[in-house]
Each structure stands twice: as C-alpha cells, then as structure tokens.
Write a protein that binds this ligand. Structure first.
Ligand code: COA
Length: 348
C-alpha cells in the first residue's frame, strides 16, 4: 500500500506582531515572566472579522503554488481548528468554497493542538484506501476572539486610559491568554510509492480524563436556552500545571510507541517537529528522549502557541529554508485539549 508524504506546505500570519511589552500595557504581566515560563516574545492576532478560513486561504495558496498544482486536484480537506467561524457548520467547507472547489469533502477535526498528528494519520488512511489522491491538511486559529483584551488600547488605536475593570479581566486570564497567537499552516499530502518513504507509523490517543484542563466552560448544548450562558463562561479556562505534567509524561511515551511501531530507533529520527506550546515542555520532552537540541527546532518566540497551526507553520519555515529535505525522517508530535496527543513518523 502506498504511504502518504507531504509534498508541499504554506503558512500565513496575520497583521503585525504584538510583543510581551505590548501586553504588559493592558494587564499585570511582564516580558520576563512570559519569556522565562514559555519562550514566547511576540504573537500575531487575527483582525476583527477575519476567520480561520480567511487565514487558511493564503497558506493553502502558497502550498498549492509550491507543489505547482491547482485547487481542483485536491480530493479531500482536513481542517483542524479550535476557533472556528461558527459553532456549526465547520470551517472546512467554507475554505473549499473560498478555494473555488465546492463539493470536495471537508472534515473538521477537533483535536486542538494535536490536530496535525491525527490529520496525517487520517490523510494516510484516505490515500491508502483509494478515497483520495491529494489531501489538503490545514491548521488555523483565530484565538483573538476569546482574548479578554481592551483591543483598541492594546493595538494603539485609542489613547484613552484602560479602565480598572478591563485591566482586572485581562489579568484574571493572563496565565492562558499570553500563550496563544493566531495563524495558519497548510500541508499537501500525496501517495508516495517509493518503498521506505511516506508515513511509517502513527500513534494517536484521546483521554477524556483531562477534559477539564483546557476548555470553554460554557456548556453549549447541555443547556436549554444555551444562548443565555454567562458571558465570562465563554472565555477558556486552563489548568496550566496539569497540561504541563501531561505533556512532559505523555509525549516521550508516544514517541517511543511510534518508534516501536515503525521499528526505528529514536537516534535515526532527523527532526522532531513538535507542537509549540511552550519551550520548557519541548526541552523536557527532548531531555527525556535524549535527543540533541538541534533536532527539535522552535519558533514559539515569534508566534506563541498557534494551536493546530504550529506544526505546519514550523514545517513550512524549515522546508522553505531548505533545512528539511526529501528523505529526512521526521517525527510530528503534539498534545492538546481533550486531552488528545500523538506522534507520527514520516520519511519525507
Ligand atoms: N504574567 C505574570 N504573572 C503570571 C502570569 C502572567 N501572564 N500568569 C500567571 N502568573 C502568576 C500566577 O498568578 C502565579 O502567581 P502567584 O504565585 O502569586 O499565585 C504565578 O505567576 C505562577 O503561576 P503558575 O500558573 O503557577 O505558573 P507556572 O509556572 O505553572 O507557569 C504556565 C504557567 C501556563 C506557563 C505553565 O503552567 C504552562 O506552560 N503550562 C502548559 C500550558 C499549555 O501548554 N497550554 C496549551 C496546551 S496546548
């Protein structure tokens, strides 16, 4: 059976970057606190009215251009996001429309920061069964919508003073809010008929016991008159320490699991393209696996945690810089809300 491999990629980051110093103007935080705890220096935010399918479009166009293929060649769209335009319907069909390919099947997947390992496994299965020849995978996020910020003050659009209530609300959610940024990444996946190349193995997991570690507490359709829920219940809450502990224990295990499945040793892997949640998490995973620093690239300083988009954005940077090459053995790994986590091994 043919294994699937990535043939091209693209990325898009909206607007101008917003630095830690900018955030410190609207809440009680500091550049030093954010950098030391996470490695993040700045992030981008989607503008008012800009949804995830808008962010995805230029990323996909860049990937199509690089592969020298037209949108009509896409047989399937897999769209990962935790910040869709609507509660329903999903963003995949909207992206298909914007690409000019209505009718192409589009799956919206809800694995949050672990979307890409799940999407790669799914794309490989679609290709192996003959359901698709070319699969478009997208990770795109517009977290800006849930940030409890005085946007006009943050973006310098107004010189009015911040009210104490605005500062207090942003400060209340600072542990979660400073981490996230917006952006989109796209991967185009196709069958690869060369033996030894393509997706070698995948190991993905979901465990509802960690459901409460990162969620939007508003209960949606568990409630009658769900639209009457309290405003602040729509702001996500996060148990940072629980997520941190889960990531540093589950990610090394899942990397070992996927290596056992593929019968390769950790030393043989050229690159670990890890979800960018926090530099300290990725350092701990790297140390647990005994992997040298240069095999675990990071770009979190520039973008923050863009959830489902971190892996394709990082892939695209390394691919276009010529660092990642055909034939390299790459491990994609990530953990996100759900909990969902996984790792995929692919020989490019
Ligand atoms: N700026 C300044 N101070 C902050 C702050 C911020 N942005 N956020 C929290 N603090 C304060 C807390 O209020 C607390 O103050 P206190 O000691 O007076 O109570 C102190 O800093 C320590 O907070 P704590 O939450 O214990 O910090 P931490 O060391 O656990 O680091 C995270 C917090 C969020 C950086 C860390 O837990 C983490 O990275 N977790 C993983 C999160 C993640 O990856 N989420 C996405 C999953 S895909």
């Amino acid at each position: 059976m043919p294994g699937a491999t990535i043939i091209s990629s693209g990325r898009y980051l909206p607007g101008k970057p917003v630095s830690n110093h900018d955030l410190a103007r609207i809440m009680d935080t500091s550049d030093a606190w954010i950098r030391q705890r996470t490695g993040i220096a700045q992030r981008h935010y989607a503008s008012q009215g800009e949804g995830v399918s808008d962010l995805a479009l230029p990323a996909v166009q860049a990937a199509l251009e690089q592969a020298e293929i037209s949108p009509e060649e896409i047989d399937y769209i897999i769209f990962g996001t935790m910040t869709p335009e609507h509660i329903f319907p999903g963003s995949g069909a909207l992206l298909g429309l914007k690409l000019g390919i209505p009718g192409v099947p589009a799956l919206d997947i809800r694995q949050q920061c672990a979307a890409i390992p799940f999407a790669l496994e799914l794309a490989d299965a679609l290709i192996a069964t003959g359901s698709a020849r070319t699969v478009l995978i997208v990770g795109a996020e517009a977290h800006a919508g849930f940030m409890p910020y005085a946007w006009d003050v943050l973006l310098g659009e107004s010189d009015r003073g911040l009210t104490p209530a605005e500062r207090a609300l942003a400060t209340q959610h600072r542990g979660m809010a400073v981490l996230f940024g917006d952006g989109a990444g796209a991967l185009i996946v196709r069958a690869c008929n060369e033996p030894g190349r393509g997706l070698l193995a995948s190991a993905n997991h979901s465990d509802g016991r960690g459901h409460g570690y990162l969620l939007v507490p508003a209960g949606l359709f568990t409630r009658r008159h769900y639209w009457k829920m309290r405003e602040e219940e729509q702001i996500p809450t996060m148990k940072g320490k629980e997520l941190f502990k889960s990531a540093v224990t589950l990610l090394p295990e899942v990397v070992k699991e996927v290596c056992r499945k593929a019968k390769v040793s950790i030393d043989e892997i050229d690159w670990f393209i890890a979800h960018q949640a926090n530099d300290r998490i990725n350092s701990a995973v790297r140390e647990a696996l005994g992997v040298p620093e240069d095999k675990v690239p990071s770009n979190i300083a520039r973008y923050g945690n863009t959830s489902s988009a971190t892996i394709p954005i990082l892939f695209d940077e390394l691919w276009r810089e010529g660092k990642l090459k055909r034939g390299d053995l790459v491990c994609f790994l990530g953990l996100g809300a759900g909990l969902n986590w996984g790792a995929v091994l692919m020989r490019l």
